[in-house]
Structure formats: structure tokens, C-alpha cells
Ligand binder design. Structure first.
Ligand code: PCA
Length: 324
């Protein structure tokens, strides 16, 4: 009997080794429009994995929140409803303040500083995600965040009572501190929100304004360069554990390439999209000195609030960033 069992086991092993690996299809939900550079980067990443694994893992991207809306993507992956996906990292700030490290006004305002801040924060973020059954694959920043308005604004006083579209806790808090009225809306839905007057302002990149053609409703973009938030691609850790070493190497290589290409695109896209806003008829330029100074003061308040909420680990991130 023992002999038979080991013979059977040996046969099963041989069969497993000889059988061609089962092809898997991974649906990849993404929140932003197909034309956005993050989605283009994700589509290339998907192609790279599909080709590199010889079709053993085929990744199919679903942009525009068509499979899961932005706010639902992380949960869908944690619970195995989707194996892989992309989300705005700071969208999880309501779960843990650490996730908001990249949305602290005026801490890291250039691509170079944003990369340094990411280096400082990455180990903490990877650990947090791992505790939630998620494995980080790559992350790419958005271009610098500026302020969009329907009417001209030259000071924080001018913002009083304006309806403001927010995309995470930090942007809602910015609205509160400037006397505006925050309403959280996914990027995929902002064109309609502006057209119907649900909101008349937001903080975002030139890229999102361009993608959503906001010049149809808004007239001013102030280049405040407040911060550069990040999107990241995560995979369910159980799914990841089941991937062969060879395919893991392919996926990691494709992720590295995607991160590089995404960073490059973000930089290229900054000037291109600001020109696109101008061509659409918007006034694009720096904020007045008064408005800039007032926003910087609010930035100090928000930095202190974040440091308090994020505790020692948050302080360690900011210290590591400042000492670079
Ligand atoms: N665009 C995204 C997040 C940051 C950005 O530039 C948005 O507005 O939702």
C-alpha cells in the first residue's frame, strides 16, 4: 500500500511537470480613463506580462473604473474578486494616515523630491500592504497638483464657500481649511460634476484636467505644485504566492519597466497637458504671491496634523526624506 501511494505520488509529480502550465487570465481594474498616462502604462505592463510569460498569465486591463470603481479596487483585490489592479495610494488615507505621505502640501513638490519621498516611504507602505494580503508591484506619480477654479481667485478669502471636488482625505481637509465645501468625486465622473455645478473647483494635475476636458466648465488653473500623489499596482498575495518563480521574475521585470516608463511619461505629460488646458481656453499660470503664502501656511498646519496622525513611523519617513 505504501509502495502504491508513493508510486501514485511520483506519477502525479511527473504528470504535473510534463503538463503545460494552465493559462490564467488576470482582470486588472484601473480607475482612470484609458487615455490617461497611468492607464497607458498599465496596458503596456499587461502586454509585457502576457508576452513574457508566453501567455501563461494574460493580464486584461479595465480602465475608467469599468470593472470596479476607484474606491472599491483595493478591497476587490484583497478579497480575491480581482487578482491585480491599480489605485491612488493616498485614497487609503482614511484607513491609515501613513498612506497619505505623498499628499502633504509642499513637502515634496518636484519629481525629484517625490522620488526621494517614495524611497523613504516605500518600506512602510510595502509592509502595510503586506499586512492586508497585498503585494506592491510598481508605483508612478501624478504630475504636480494645482488648483482649478471656475472664476479668478487671488487669495484664500476668494475661495470661501466654493464647491470643491476632493479625491482623498488631504484634499477634503485642504477644502475645509480654505473655507470651501468638499465633495468626493472619482476622476472618471468629474466632467459631469463640473458641468452640472456639483463642484466648481478641485486640486489635481494638469493631466486629469486635460483628460477630462475641464475647460468646458472651468476657466483657471493655478500651478501651485502642492504635491505629487502616486498610483500603485498591487497583486493579491495569495495569487502572487501561486505564481512560478520564472513568471514572478517576468512580472517583476515588467513592473520595473512600467515604473520607469510611467515616471518618464508623467514628466513629459506635465508641460503637454498644461498647454492642452491653455489651448482649451483656460488661463494657466502661477498663483498670486498672497495666495501662495496663505496656502503654504495651510501646508504647515496639514503637515503637523499628518505627523500627529502618522506617529513615529510617519516622522521617520519625513526625517529620512529631509536628510537625503
Ligand atoms: N489626478 C487624480 C489624482 C491626482 C491627479 O492628478 C484625480 O484627480 O483623481
Amino acid at each position: 500500500m505504501k509502495k502504491l501511494t508513493s508510486l501514485l505520488a511520483a506519477t502525479a509529480l511527473t504528470a504535473a511537470a510534463a503538463a503545460p502550465a494552465m493559462a490564467e487570465k488576470w482582470d486588472m481594474p484601473m480607475a482612470y480613463s484609458a487615455s490617461n498616462f497611468h492607464s497607458a502604462t498599465g496596458a503596456e505592463f499587461a502586454k509585457c506580462v502576457t508576452t513574457g510569460t508566453g501567455g501563461e498569465i494574460e493580464i486584461v486591463t479595465h480602465p475608467s473604473g469599468s470593472l470596479f470603481k476607484g474606491a472599491d479596487i483595493k478591497r476587490a483585490i484583497q478579497t480575491g474578486q480581482a487578482p491585480i489592479g491599480e489605485r491612488l495610494l493616498s485614497g487609503h488615507q482614511n484607513e491609515n494616515a501613513l498612506f497619505g505621505f505623498d499628499s502633504i502640501p509642499f513637502l515634496a513638490t518636484s519629481f525629484d523630491d517625490s522620488a526621494k519621498l517614495w524611497d523613504a516611504a516605500k518600506p512602510s507602505i510595502e509592509k502595510l500592504l503586506a499586512e492586508q494580503n497585498l503585494t506592491l508591484l510598481y508605483a508612478v506619480p501624478w504630475p504636480p497638483q494645482g488648483l482649478y477654479f471656475k472664476n479668478e481667485v487671488n487669495s484664500v478669502a476668494d475661495m470661501e464657500g466654493i464647491k470643491f471636488r476632493s479625491y482623498n482625505n488631504a484634499t477634503s481637509r485642504l477644502a475645509e481649511l480654505t473655507g470651501m465645501l468638499p465633495v468626493t468625486i472619482e476622476a472618471a465622473e468629474i466632467s459631469q460634476a463640473f458641468a452640472t455645478g456639483v463642484a466648481d473647483s478641485m486640486v489635481s494635475s494638469g493631466s486629469t484636467g486635460y483628460d477630462r476636458k475641464v475647460w468646458e466648465s472651468l476657466n483657471y488653473f493655478y500651478e501651485v505644485d502642492a504635491w505629487l500623489p502616486r498610483n500603485y499596482v498591487m497583486v493579491n498575495s495569495d495569487v502572487w504566492a501561486g505564481v512560478s518563480d520564472a513568471n514572478k521574475n517576468v512580472i517583476k521585470g515588467c513592473a520595473e519597466l512600467a515604473e520607469y516608463a510611467g515616471n518618464w511619461r508623467a514628466k513629459e505629460y506635465t508641460g503637454f497637458t498644461l498647454q492642452g488646458l491653455r489651448d482649451g481656453g483656460m488661463t494657466v499660470g502661477p498663483a498670486s504671491e498672497q495666495m501662495t503664502n496663505e496656502l503654504k501656511e495651510i501646508g504647515v498646519t496639514m503637515t503637523n496634523e499628518w505627523l500627529e496622525a502618522a506617529g513615529d513611523e510617519g516622522k521617520a519617513i519625513v526625517d529620512a526624506f529631509n536628510s537625503q
